[in-house]
Ligand binder design. Structure first.
Ligand SMILES: [Zn+2]
Length: 297
């Protein structure tokens, strides 16, 4: 059994409840890298939904920090993209849950780039890929924080990230153990849902937190098991981004999900059709850019 317990010390007791109103000081979060390379100019936030085929990898840039949520499957697609943006270090990496289409590519990221902190749901999983990921975090002595509802991080430049889920994850339901994070920048907000399905959505709805998200990263690659009508009514997304592989064997995104997103009035963007999708905002408006041809073309 591989567990975050195997990581020796270093902030593993850093639960959200203890951190409710704290914001990590920039010098702490950026402890082991001085040069993180390219940053955004003041007053901007940019989110790259990186086309990694079937999987998730999302890069968030602010004027002060670079953050990565997931890294796609094993391989160098995500890290190559990050480096192509002139980035030489990451302040924060979130591994939403232990499935390989989310943490696999983080192995290459951790090997090649200095990382200030990792937030992970801290659930047990037994694959070689997850073991390699934890071993690398241990070897590189990266600050490891178990992400729980209420945990906050200042992303700099006025952007704040709050973890909305999980509060009590189960290793038996890894998708619903996904870290769900909301980033607020001025009047524009992003909701990142990992592979959370309807059970997690219901839990978040019941928590009564502010869920509105101008831009929604659609849960679980557009599976019909996620993105319920009730959840969409609370999020009210203007833009919905579905991250999935071209002609993936799961049939993502499912037509039921596309139907619900259409009824909710969201503009849908898909990495399998549009490739990498980049959204830039000044906290008031935003622009959406499709970068290039999707993987596999
Ligand atoms: Zn997934």
């Amino acid at each position: 059994m591989v567990s975050w317990w195997d990581l020796k010390g270093r902030g593993v007791h850093d639960y959200g409840a203890d951190n409710n109103n704290t914001v990590t000081a920039p010098e702490e979060i950026a402890k082991d890298h001085e040069n993180k390379g390219s940053l955004l100019p003041d007053g901007q936030l940019r989110v790259h939904f990186i086309d990694v085929g079937q999987g998730d990898a999302i890069l968030i840039q602010t004027p002060e920090k670079n953050v990565l949520i997931d890294g796609g499957e094993r391989g160098s697609t995500a890290v190559n993209y990050i480096q192509s943006q002139g980035i030489t270090g990451l302040d924060l990496v979130i591994g939403t849950h232990p499935h390989s289409d989310h943490i696999g590519g983080l192995i290459n990221v951790l090997q090649l780039l200095p990382v200030g902190e990792i937030i992970d749901p801290g659930v047990v999983h037994t694959t070689k890929t997850f073991e390699n990921y934890l071993t690398l975090i241990d070897k590189k002595d990266i600050k490891f924080t178990v992400g729980r509802t209420g945990l906050k991080r200042d992303l700099g430049g006025g952007a704040v990230m709050q973890i909305l889920h999980p509060s009590s994850p189960s290793s038996a339901r890894l998708n619903d153990a996904s870290i769900v994070a909301r980033v607020v920048f001025g009047s524009v907000s992003f909701l990142f849902t990992g592979d959370a399905e309807s059970a997690a959505e219901t839990e978040i709805l019941n928590s009564g937190c502010d869920l509105t998200g101008t831009i929604l990263k659609v849960g679980h690659h557009g599976s019909r098991k996620a993105t319920t009508r009730a959840f969409l009514n609370a999020v009210k997304p203007e833009i919905a981004v579905i991250m999935c592989g071209r002609d993936n064997t799961y049939g993502y995104p499912h037509k039921e999900t596309l139907g619900r997103l259409g009824k909710a009035g969201a503009d849908v963007y898909r990495t399998d059709k549009e490739g990498t999708i980049v959204i830039t905002t000044d906290g008031v408006g935003y622009t959406v850019k499709q970068n290039r041809n999707p993987t596999g073309e």
